[in-house]
Design a protein around this ligand. Structure first.
Ligand SMILES: Cc1cc2nc3c(=O)[nH]c(=O)nc-3n(C[C@H](O)[C@H](O)[C@H](O)COP(=O)(O)OP(=O)(O)OC[C@H]3O[C@@H](n4cnc5c(N)ncnc54)[C@H](O)[C@@H]3O)c2cc1C
Length: 349
C-alpha cells in the first residue's frame, strides 16, 4: 500500500486524510502540537467553550459547508443584534449605529469549531502522531521525514502547514529553489498577527434589547467584539480581537485591561467572570516563525505556484493559503486539502 504522510493536523491536512479514507493509501499524520486543529482551537474552560481561533464562515464558503453537512455538524447564524457600539475614544465619542438587517449571514458552529476538527479526524481513520515537529525532509527513492526523535518514511508527502513555517523551520534535501523558498517566506499566514480573546460570564450583563455585544473600538484594547452566548442560555460569552499594541503584555495583564474596559461600558451592572483566555497568535511557533517578515494581509495567498507539486508529483503543499479559492480561510483549507487528495487519487489509478 503506498504511504501518504501528511504534515499538520489542521483543517487542510485532515481534509486530505478524510478524502483518502476509502482509498488504497496508507495515511498517517505528524502533528507538532499536542492537540488537533492548528489555527482552529476551541478551549474548554469552566464549562465554557472559548473560541481562540477560526469561528465564522459564510454561504460563499461552499467547500466547508458541503463538508460540515456531510459530517452532520450543526451550525447556526451569528446574531449581532440591532445596534453596534462604536467607541472612538480618546479621539471621539461612544456612538451607536444600526446594523443593517439585510446583510449577508455569518455562521458559526453550535459546539465550537473544534467539533468539526474532532469529527473529521475520527472520520478520516488516519493514525495521528502528536508532538512530532518535522525539521527535515529528504527526497530520494523514498521520502524521509525527520523529527527530533524519529524518522518516518513515505511514498508521498503533503505539507499542510503554513508556508512561512515551512521556509523557516524545515530543511530540504535536495534544497528547494531559492525563488520558491522566497515565495513560501512571502506568503502571508492569515490571522497570524491577531490576538483573539474570549470570556464567559455567569450572566449576559451586556445585553439589552438593541445591543447584544457588537462593539468596534479602534483605539481601545478590545478592537472588535461579538456575542458568543448560546440560545439555550448555558453559555454567556463574548469573543473578539485585541489591539496588537498590547501584544507585549501577558494574558493576565490583558485580562485586567479588558475587564476594566467592559466595566467602563457597564458601570452599573454586576459582572461575574467565569473564564477568560486569549491567544497571541504571533507567539505560536507552529503558526508563524518568530522572525517572520511583516507581510501585507493575504500577500501571495492563492499564488498558483504554491499548488505545483514537487519531486515528480511526490510532494504537495496544502495549507489554506495555497488554495485557489478563499485562501487563508477555513473554506480554502477544505478546498485545497480535498484537491490534493484528488491529485493523489488520480496518480494511483
Ligand atoms: C485568530 C484566528 C481567527 C480566525 N478566524 C477565522 C474565521 O473566523 N473564519 C475562517 O474561515 N478562518 C479563520 N481563520 C483562519 C483559519 O483558522 C485557517 O484558514 C485554517 O484553520 C487553516 O488550516 P490549515 O490546516 O491550512 O493550517 P493550520 O491550522 O495552521 O494547521 C497547520 C498544522 O500544522 C502543524 N505544524 C506546523 N509546523 C509543523 C511541523 N514543523 N511539524 C509538524 N506539524 C507542524 C500545526 O501545529 C498545525 O496543527 C482564523 C485564524 C486565526 C488564527
Amino acid at each position: 500500500m503506498p504511504k501518504v504522510l501528511i504534515i499538520g493536523a489542521g483543517l487542510s491536512g485532515l481534509s486530505t486524510a478524510y478524502a483518502l479514507r476509502n482509498s488504497n493509501f496508507d495515511v498517517e499524520i505528524l502533528e507538532a502540537r499536542p492537540r488537533l486543529g492548528g489555527r482552529i482551537f476551541t478551549l474548554e474552560k469552566e464549562n465554557s467553550q472559548l473560541e481562540m481561533g477560526a469561528t465564522w464562515f459564510g454561504p460563499q464558503h461552499t467547500s466547508l459547508i458541503q463538508l460540515i453537512k456531510e459530517l452532520n455538524i450543526p451550525f447556526k447564524t451569528q446574531d449581532n443584534g440591532a445596534e453596534a457600539v462604536y467607541d472612538f475614544r480618546p479621539k471621539g465619542n461612544i456612538e451607536r449605529f444600526q446594523i443593517p438587517s439585510q446583510g449577508t449571514a455569518t455562521y458559526k458552529f453550535n459546539h465550537g469549531t473544534s467539533h468539526l476538527i474532532e469529527t473529521l479526524a475520527e472520520a478520516s481513520g488516519a493514525k495521528i502522531h502528536f508532538d512530532e515537529v518535522v525539521d527535515s525532509i529528504s527526497v530520494d527513492e523514498s521520502i524521509k521525514v525527520s523529527t527530533s526523535t524519529s524518522v518516518f518514511e513515505a511514498d508521498y508527502l503533503v505539507l499542510s502547514i503554513p508556508t512561512q513555517v515551512i521556509s523557516d523551520s524545515i530543511e530540504f534535501k535536495p534544497k528547494l529553489s531559492e525563488t520558491f523558498n522566497q515565495l513560501l517566506q512571502n506568503t502571508h499566514t492569515w490571522m497570524s498577527d491577531s490576538i483573539k480573546f474570549s470570556m464567559a460570564y455567569e450572566d449576559a450583563f451586556w445585553k439589552s434589547q438593541q445591543f447584544i455585544g457588537t462593539l468596534m473600538s479602534p483605539h481601545q484594547i478590545i478592537q472588535e467584539m461579538y456575542d458568543h452566548s448560546t440560545i439555550e442560555g448555558d453559555q454567556n460569552a463574548l469573543v473578539g480581537f485585541l489591539n496588537s499594541n498590547y501584544s507585549n503584555l501577558n494574558s493576565e495583564e490583558r485580562k485586567e485591561k479588558v475587564t476594566r474596559l467592559l466595566e467602563s461600558y457597564f458601570p452599573e451592572k454586576e459582572r461575574r467572570l467565569k473564564a477568560y483566555a486569549d491567544v497571541n497568535w504571533r507567539n505560536e511557533p507552529y503558526t508563524i516563525p518568530k522572525n517572520a517578515k511583516s507581510l501585507v494581509p493575504h500577500q501571495n495567498n492563492g499564488n498558483p505556484q504554491l499548488r505545483d507539486s514537487l519531486f515528480d508529483n511526490r510532494l504537495f503543499f496544502s495549507a489554506s493559503e495555497t488554495a485557489q479559492q478563499t485562501s487563508g480561510y477555513m473554506d480554502g483549507a477544505v478546498h485545497r486539502g480535498t484537491e490534493v487528495a484528488d491529485s493523489l487519487l488520480n496518480l494511483s489509478v
